[in-house]
Design a protein around this ligand. Sequence first.
Ligand SMILES: [Zn+2]
Length: 87
Amino acid sequence: MATWAEGVTVAVMLEFSTAAVVYCVLVAAVFLGLWLYYDRRDHLRFEAERRKTTFHCIRCDAIYAAAQGLQLCRCPKCGHENVRLRF
Ligand SMILES: [Zn+2]
């Protein structure tokens, strides 16, 4: 039969392990949140970098790229405004 002291010890240990589990879950949640945040941010950055519109200058024959969504862009070499390349 358990004594009163043993009962208290078990209760304290249970409370401690519960606190440890809660602490671990909180730490895991914080790291998961940070990971998701930075992963999404890097992904968006990479997508913005990757998705570019290509232009071909009809005056000086240069090929250059600009941010996505632009229909018209000035040539960096000669300044002639070109429409985007369509494939
Ligand atoms: Zn040009």
